[in-house]
Design a protein around this ligand. Structure first.
Ligand code: FAD
Length: 380
């Protein structure tokens, strides 16, 4: 067992950190304040391969392993969790299922466009009545000649407004229950009947625009069916296993940033004639944060390694996402505490980290859903 990153992974970490510090950090506050989708940053990420980290090189991707992918999302999220989730959805929830389940023609058509950032990706599964229980979705798709006609709506879709390539889940055979759900690749530009509905105002990740999508007799060519009819739920769940690694990495980036901000602040803030870092109460908070972060990183890298070995890694991914998201929330809460009143003021980065951390315990499966996956596996 080797706990060291490879030379290539270290090089990627340094490259992405440098990029994030130079290109993302200076605008992260503005992105949050103005709730601005970071188009400029996304454009700059493409030539570095950061929008197609695990996509094979023959389709324009960087062809890297999953640990490298986790490193990319952590380093980006450390500066801006909004950019982190946009990149995570684009890589894990859109490019990955096309790579894994797509036909050669679908891969040739969509992966290079996504890799170049010409079109942003979104994953449209959640509906008003289908959140944790994804199998309860109600959107329908009916084959009519060479096209599927899709009717229904989706909610809470990350990048829903700005994305062009959407992976959409809909029922093709109601009588088949969970095996009657299918997945489609929808290119918004070429599709009539696709509308963006409400844009949600959120607690955090303000730069990641979250919206409703409405499909009214939306016609999608038959060749855009992903996998076979009835494979939809299987594709969604397999995709979310990988997506959870992205969200665990996002959480890790937020937690690491909270720790670094807190160390810096506690060394500089003087009370009772000394830096507050000299007080044991503060030292123990920092020690707990650092320990949780190391444990989260190890769980994440183990899950990434398990994914690259092939086979199922649902339990490892759920453990990594559960632990990393709770570590992020705890680090953000304690980080604000260490900053005292200043932690509650928008001028300090820890305030944004506190707001951004919470979502990691909710999307791509709530913490309760992760515990369901883990307990189901250990009890089987
Ligand atoms: C900012 C944001 C971005 C998102 N991005 C996307 C996206 O890009 N694509 C997409 O498809 N979805 C997206 N989502 C949806 C997200 O994945 C869901 O919100 C999440 O899965 C929970 O579903 P829900 O909100 O319907 O909550 P519910 O499923 O209604 O859950 C409510 C509560 O009940 C608990 N609960 C539910 N079932 C059980 C059970 N069986 N046992 C114990 N507890 C249970 C939950 O853990 C939670 O605490 C996003 C959501 C947000 C807020």
């Amino acid at each position: 067992m080797d706990f060291e990153l490879t030379d290539k992974q270290k090089m990627i970490k340094n490259m992405v950190r440098e990029f994030a510090q130079k290109e993302i950090a200076p605008v992260a506050e503005e992105i949050d304040k103005e709730e601005k989708f970071p188009h400029e940053i996304i454009k700059k990420m493409a030539p570095l391969g950061l929008l197609a980290v695990m996509v094979p090189q023959e389709y324009g991707g960087a062809g890297l392993d999953t640990i490298s992918y986790a490193i990319v999302i952590e380093e980006i999220s450390k500066e801006c969790a909004s950019t982190g989730v946009i990149a995570s959805v684009h890589n894990s929830l859109v490019s990955w299922p096309i790579t894994e389940f797509g036909t050669k023609a679908q891969k040739e058509k969509f992966l290079p466009i996504l890799a170049k950032g010409e079109k942003i990706g979104a994953f449209a599964a959640t509906e008003d009545n289908a959140g944790t229980d994804l199998g309860a979705l109600e959107t329908t798709a009916k084959l009519d000649g060479d096209e599927y006609v899709i009717n229904g709506s989706k909610t809470f879709i990350t990048s829903g407004k700005d994305a062009e390539i959407h992976i959409v889940f809909a029922i093709t055979d109601k009588s088949a229950g969970h095996k009657g759900i299918s997945a489609f690749i929808v290119d918004k530009e070429k599709t009539e009947g696709f509308e963006v509905g409400a844009i949600f105002e959120k607690l955090g990740i303000h730069g990641s625009v979250t919206s409703e999508l409405i499909f009214k007799d939306m016609r999608v060519p038959k060749e855009n069916l992903l996998g076979e009819e009835g494979d939809g739920l299987k594709i969604a769940l397999a995709t979310l296993d990988g997506g959870r690694l992205g969200i665990a990495a996002q959480a890790l980036g937020i937690a690491q940033a909270a720790l670094e901000e807190s160390i810096e602040y506690s060394k500089n803030r003087q009370q009772f004639g000394r830096p507050i870092s000299k007080f044991q109460a503060i030292q123990w908070k920092l020690a707990d944060m650092a320990t949780n972060i190391d444990a989260a990183r190890l769980l994440l890298y183990r899950a990434c390694h398990a994914k690259d070995q092939g086979g199922r890694f649902s339990r490892e991914a759920a453990m990594a996402k559960l632990f990393a998201s709770e570590a992020a929330m705890e680090a953000a809460v304690e980080g604000v505490q260490i900053h005292g009143g200043y932690g509650y003021i928008k001028e300090y980065k820890i305030e944004r980290l506190f707001r951004d951390a919470k979502i990691t315990e909710i999307y791509e499966g709530t913490s309760e859903a992760q515990r369901m996956v883990i307990s189901r596996d250990i009890l089987k």
